[in-house]
Design a protein around this ligand. Structure first.
Ligand code: ADP
Ligand code: MG
Length: 197
């Protein structure tokens, strides 16, 4: 169960206005839910579903996804540890800006090491780390974009899980097991754990 910095509900505008005048606002509308996990573990799928669920009652939700960010904002970066660090640094600052403007942010990035996730936590502040847990074999079987296959045949270098490391998070606030549960059950569990269900 998550019991970190954010409150366990999404605040109303009235609550937000009240808290803006005083101490740091820790409502979910100023929080980032940071999904980490192997390629094909289900980060993008869960982020999209969760966004849909939260938007229908009218919450402001921003989703920052690795594929889109790498097509634009981080198009100049590769997959060395240094470039991954720079990618995560940029994303964390963007997430922080959206949080400061009253948006709940969901990010879906492999973010393979504790160092990167800690950097994101330090930049963002109101940060909930979700480990999207699925073993390598299952991820590789899913291979939604054929990337594992390319990595195994050497066509892609520095691919997480194959030729670049993935460290399981040592301080996840929430763990979601996508290997043994359906997408729907995972989304429900996530909503329960952040307190919006
Ligand atoms: N419980 C689950 N949660 C999320 N995705 C799941 C789950 N079970 C199966 N999948 C499938 O796994 C794949 C995950 O792909 P994707 O969300 O793109 O992963 P990632 O963004 O982590 O690389 C999708 O094809 C999705 O339908
Ligand atoms: Mg993805």
């Amino acid at each position: 169960m998550y019991n970190g910095h954010a409150e366990t509900h999404i605040s109303t505008d009235k609550e937000n206005n009240a808290s803006k005048q005083g101490t740091k606002d820790t409502s979910l509308l100023h929080t980032t839910l940071w999904l980490t996990g192997l390629p094909c573990s289900g980060k993008t799928t869960l982020a999209k579903r969760l966004k849909e669920r939260l938007e229908s009652p009218g919450f402001r939700v921003m989703h920052l996804d690795a594929d889109e960010i790498r097509r634009g904002l981080s198009a100049d970066l590769g997959f060395s540890l240094e470039d991954r660090r720079e990618n995560i640094r940029r994303v964390a600052h963007v997430a922080k800006l959206f949080n400061d403007n009253g948006n709940f942010v969901i990010t879906s990035f492999v973010s393979p090491t504790d160092e990167l996730r800690t950097m994101a936590r330090d930049i963002i502040g109101n940060f909930i780390l979700v480990f999207v847990k699925c073993n390598l074999n299952t991820c590789e079987m899913r291979d939604t974009k054929g990337m594992y296959k390319k990595a195994r045949s050497g066509q892609i270098k520095e691919f997480t899980g194959v030729s670049s490391p993935f460290e399981e998070p040592s301080r996840a606030d929430i763990i979601i097991d996508t290997e043994h549960n359906s997408i729907e059950d995972c989304v429900k569990e996530l909503m329960q754990k952040i307190g919006v269900f």
